[in-house]
Design a protein around this ligand. Sequence first.
Ligand SMILES: Nc1ncnc2c1ncn2[C@@H]1O[C@H](COP(=O)(O)OP(=O)(O)OP(=O)(O)O)[C@@H](O)[C@H]1O
Ligand SMILES: [Mg+2]
Length: 342
Amino acid sequence: MTFRLTNTAKTYPDGTRALLSTKLTVKNGEIVSLLGPSGCGKTTLLRIIAGLETPDLGSDIWFDEDNVTSLPVERRNVGMVFQSYALFPNMSVRANIGYGLKMQKLSKPEIETRVSEVLEMCQLQKFSARAVNALSGGQRQRVALARAIAPRPRLLLLDEPLSALDASLRESLRDELAVLLREFNITAIFVTHDQDEAMAIADRVAVMSNGRIVQSGTPEELYRHPNSAFVAGFVGNAMRLDGKCTGSVLTLEGGGLRLPGEGSGNNVFVRAEDVRIDDNGSLCGQVETITFLGTHYRIGIKGITPNLLTSIFAGQSAPKVGQSVKVAIKPEALILLPAGEI
Ligand SMILES: Nc1ncnc2c1ncn2[C@@H]1O[C@H](COP(=O)(O)OP(=O)(O)OP(=O)(O)O)[C@@H](O)[C@H]1O
Ligand SMILES: [Mg+2]
């Protein structure tokens, strides 16, 4: 199913403009992630797509050739998975998964077959008779997913489905989910405020800020060509180099850098992996912090630009706190953004 919305906005009754005029297309089988900070309108957008929230007049939502803007939730055939599992705690796993199928008035044998199929897909066979309240968080989240896909929805909507889980489970379930959605060619919209999660799961990421989609693209496109300081910072934590541009030279506190083009204002960014401690570097700074992170050390450097970070692999010899260092940044690694961006 191809999903499309145009001109879609939401003003809550108290006047909060949670979503400004937005357009979004999700192709058949595509997984799109809505990524943005708390309060930017992700859940609002998802609830509008599901039919749980009425958008402002003039909004248009299409499922293939059908305009579903005024269709109630129960007739949209969307699957939903939320952060809180919203399962029936006393019912068995099997009964929870079969619930939506019963509502669809499928015959008993059909329900049995379909539930067994989904139990297998989600690796829940051995829990089928168990009550949901006797499962762990990760298992419950799998049941919630199984229940959402059992009715074969046209579109699957997931709102931070992994955020209640611990870090390692979150990562493994995230990878399982990415495989499952692709294997069964499920068209899905996945909401998260975690950039790693968005990049790991989605074919395309739509970055949201203050009720708008500010940029959408593949994870690589967003990472390499952010269109604003906000996206540069939110996707891949780019750091602003706070200096003065004169033609194609940027002057910082700790020295000068050649830019790949004409710079303007304070809109030059760099990512930690492109900052290197190097005796031939043109910038002079001093090591301020060293944090051990297992595979690498993260190193904070002062005296060049505020909050400059780099990292070195744990096997290499690390500098000491207080040590003076030379720093090199290749011009082609710099991200130049238009002036006036927030
Ligand atoms: N029923 C409501 N009435 C008024 N304002 C609301 C309502 N629901 C949400 N909002 C506001 O709309 C804005 C967007 O909220 P939304 O829940 O869509 O954010 P979000 O991106 O999902 O955030 P989070 O990551 O914290 O879940 C927020 O400012 C929120 O306070
Ligand atoms: Mg939300």
